[in-house]
Design a protein around this ligand. Structure first.
Ligand code: NCD
Length: 355
C-alpha cells in the first residue's frame, strides 16, 4: 500500500487522491484534522459544546484548564504568513497547559532552507511533538503530511497528529469551525438563514471550507449567495455539492441584489498572493469593497464577518473604524472564538476528554 501511494503521489496535490482522511465519528483522539468532510453534524456539536464550555471556563479563569494538555507539545510549521491561526493555536495550547515549539527563526530558516522536503520536515516535528499545526502553500500538503506521519507512527510507536492551518487555495478547516461556531452563537441555528459570501471565492480557502461545512450541516431552508466577479467565483464542484444537499445557492456579481436579505455577510480579501498575473489582480482588486454606506441597507440584526487580515476590501482605515463600531461587525468576536474552538480541538484530539 505504502509503496503504491508514494509512487503515485509526487506532488502534494496527488495525496488528496491517495490519502483518505479518517472520519471522526465521535472519536477525535489521534485523528488528523485535514478537511471539514471528516466531521458529521454530531462531531461539530461536540466541538461547539466544548468550545462554549472552554470559553466560559477561560472567562472564569478556571485554573483547572492548565491540566487539560499538561505535558503535551504542539509544533507549528508555517510555510505561509499567519497572525490569527498561528497565535490562536499557540495561545490555545498554552491556556490548556501544553507547550509550543517552532523552528527558532521560522520554518524558512529550518532545514527547509537547505532543501528538505515537507515529508521529512513534518516527520522531524512529529518525532518531537504530539500535534503539529501546518500551513503550507500547496493544496494537499496536509494530506501528504498525514500520510508520512502515519508511516512515522509505525516506527516510533505513537501517532503524532497534523492539524491543517490552511493548504494553499484548498481548505482551512479550523477556520470554518470557528466561523460556524460564531454563526450559531449569534443566530442560534443554521435554519432559515441567508448567508452571503463576497469577494475572492475562487482562491479563498476559508470560504471553500465554510461552504462545504454548510452543505454538511444540512440546515432547513438555508440560502447561500456567492457574490464575486465571474473569474473569482466559488469552484463549481463545491456549488454542486451544496445543491445536492438541498442548499439553495445563488451566484451573482451584484451585491445589492442580495445584501438586504442577508443574515450573515462574510466578506473576504482578494488573495493577492494567489494571482500569477499581477495585472489580473489589479483589474479585480477593487470589485467588492465594504464601507459604512455599503453596509447601510443590511438588516439591523445581520452579522458582518471577515476571516481577516483585511486590506482595501474594507475601505480606508477610517472606514475600518466606522465599520468596527457597527454592532453588526463581529470579526473581533470571531477572532476570539477562534482560540476557544482551537482549544476544543486540541483537547479532543490529544485527550478526548469532556471539558
Ligand atoms: C485567512 C487565510 O489565511 O486563509 N486568514 C485566516 O486564517 N484567518 C484569510 C486570508 O488570508 O485572507
Amino acid at each position: 500500500m505504502a509503496t503504491t501511494a508514494t509512487q503515485e503521489a509526487r506532488q502534494a496535490r496527488d495525496y488528496v487522491r491517495v490519502y483518505n482522511p479518517p472520519a471522526i465519528d465521535g472519536n477525535f483522539v489521534g485523528k488528523h484534522i485535514i478537511t471539514v468532510d471528516q466531521f458529521t453534524s454530531a462531531d461539530l456539536q461536540i466541538i461547539f459544546d466544548a468550545a462554549a464550555s472552554l470559553k466560559k471556563r477561560s472567562r472564569q479563569n478556571d485554573r483547572g484548564l492548565v491540566e487539560v494538555c499538561s505535558g503535551r507539545v504542539m509544533a507549528t510549521l508555517f510555510y505561509e504568513a499567519s497572525t490569527r491561526t498561528d497565535m490562536s493555536f499557540q495561545t490555545a495550547m498554552r491556556r490548556l497547559g501544553g507547550e509550543v515549539v517552532a523552528a527558532s527563526n521560522g520554518v524558512q530558516f529550518s532545514s527547509v532552507y537547505k532543501g528538505e522536503n515537507l515529508a521529512d520536515t513534518v516527520r522531524a516535528a512529529g518525532c518531537y511533538a504530539d500535534v503539529i499545526v501546518l500551513r503550507h502553500p500547496d493544496v494537499g500538503s496536509t494530506y501528504e503530511a498525514a500520510y508520512y506521519l502515519d508511516m512515522l507512527s509505525s516506527k516510533i510507536g505513537r501517532q503524532p497528529v497534523i492539524i491543517s492551518g490552511g493548504d494553499g487555495v484548498g481548505e482551512h478547516p479550523t477556520q470554518a469551525l470557528l466561523d460556524m461556531f460564531t454563526i450559531i452563537d449569534f443566530k442560534k441555528s443554521l435554519d432559515n438563514l441567508t448567508i452571503t459570501m463576497v469577494g475572492d471565492l475562487k482562491h479563498g480557502r476559508t470560504v471553500h471550507s465554510l461552504a462545504k461545512l454548510i452543505a454538511r450541516l444540512q440546515g432547513n431552508n438555508v440560502t447561500v449567495n456567492f457574490v464575486a466577479p465571474p473569474s473569482l467565483m466559488m469552484p463549481p464542484d463545491i456549488i454542486q455539492r451544496m445543491r445536492d444537499k438541498g442548499v439553495s445557492v445563488n451566484e451573482t456579481d451584484n451585491l445589492s441584489d442580495v445584501l438586504s436579505d442577508s443574515d450573515v455577510i462574510y466578506w473576504t480579501r482578494v488573495q493577492e498572493e494567489r494571482f500569477a498575473d499581477r495585472a489580473e489582480y489589479e483589474a479585480i482588486k477593487d470589485g467588492f469593497v465594504i464601507t459604512p454606506p455599503v453596509l447601510e441597507p443590511a438588516k439591523p440584526d445581520a452579522i458582518l464577518m471577515h476571516p481577516l487580515p483585511r486590506k482595501h476590501e474594507m475601505g480606508t482605515p477610517d472606514d475600518h473604524d466606522l465599520l468596527d463600531a457597527d454592532s453588526r461587525s463581529v470579526y473581533f468576536q470571531l477572532m476570539e472564538n477562534g482560540m476557544f474552538v482551537r482549544m476544543a480541538l486540541l483537547t479532543k484530539v490529544l485527550r478526548g476528554v469532556y471539558v
